[in-house]
Design a protein around this ligand. Structure first.
Ligand SMILES: [Zn+2]
Length: 115
């Protein structure tokens, strides 16, 4: 029983490492060509709507693994939006400390553009 659990944990660890190291796979809809041929005329084609012409798509769970890894590394490295929010907070705090006479701006939560 213990051996089965250990094997399962090892397989899960290998799968997580695989998702982290190789997050992309070939797009199955276009066969990794990035093109979608017309049914009527094989000469015409458009970019594959699934992979947007890149020929590769994310494996299921790869985004989750990468976000978890980024979150474990540092809060600043999470996403551009999170970094921008952090920067806005820091500049607002700096403004508050620089102008002590002026009351600090406080937005109600519903009026904030980027919560
Ligand atoms: Zn494709």
């Amino acid at each position: 029983m213990t051996l089965i659990v250990l094997i399962a944990l090892g397989a899960a660890a290998v799968q997580l490492a695989r998702l982290y190291l190789f997050p992309f796979r070939h797009c199955r809809r276009c066969g990794a060509t990035g093109r979608k041929h017309s049914r009527l005329n094989r000469r015409t084609h458009a970019l594959c709507p699934r992979c947007a012409g890149t020929g590769r798509t994310l494996r299921p769970g790869a985004r989750l693994v990468h976000r978890a890894a980024l979150g474990a590394r540092s809060p600043q490295a999470r996403s551009p939006q999170a970094r921008a929010r952090l920067q806005v907070r820091e500049t607002e705090a700096a403004e508050r400390t620089q102008t002590p006479g002026r009351p600090a701006r406080q937005f109600p939560p519903t009026q904030r553009s980027n919560p």
